[in-house]
Design a protein. Structure first.
Length: 174
């Protein structure tokens, strides 16, 4: 095996065809960089320049994007109902709101839980006014019925106050 020439001395055997091959490969690479393939991204020089009028690349306000998402997804009524839940005290008044809270809304029926049976009775009497106010907020014919649920009653089936033989204590819960 012949000794390798030092790095600073030219090799004795030089292949002039190798330099031509390297130039040809470099030219092909430069041409490929200039012409992007179908899957590659175009360079900034080739892209369309932005003009004075808005287009899809302009920044958008978050509120308008959320409005667009709500509209495209068909969530307008759900968002409006949850907005009413958040403004419950403004719609029914502070005193009524301190004793009852909306629980759910489905099929034009609003379910409201009260903290006492007296307030359940009171809210049943106020139901037409509540329905009218909710329809003003949500749109005509959005709410047809208000279902009023009283407080949760304790269970007397287990514990120290349960009665084995008999029907248990009698009281007015719910």
């Amino acid at each position: 095996m012949p000794d390798a020439a030092p790095a600073d001395e030219p090799t004795a055997r030089h292949d002039p065809g190798g330099l031509d091959a390297a130039r040809a490969v470099a030219a092909r690479l430069r041409a490929a960089v200039r012409r992007p393939s179908a899957g590659q991204r175009r360079s900034r020089r080739d892209s369309e320049l932005s003009g004075a009028h808005p287009d899809g690349r302009d920044p958008a306000r978050l509120g308008s994007l959320v409005d667009k998402l709500v509209h495209e997804s068909g969530w307008q009524k759900d968002v409006a109902v949850h907005g009413v839940f958040a403004r419950w005290a403004d719609i029914v008044g502070d005193e009524v709101a301190s004793h009852c809270t909306p629980q759910s809304f489905a099929d034009a029926s609003l379910t409201v839980r009260t903290d006492s049976t007296a307030w359940a009775t009171q809210l049943k009497l106020l139901a037409p006014d509540v329905i009218r106010r909710l329809n003003q907020e949500l749109g005509h014919d959005s709410v047809h019925f208000v279902k009023v649920i009283g407080p949760d009653a304790p269970s007397w089936r287990r514990g120290g106050r349960s009665v084995r033989d008999g029907r248990g204590p009698r009281d007015t819960y719910g």
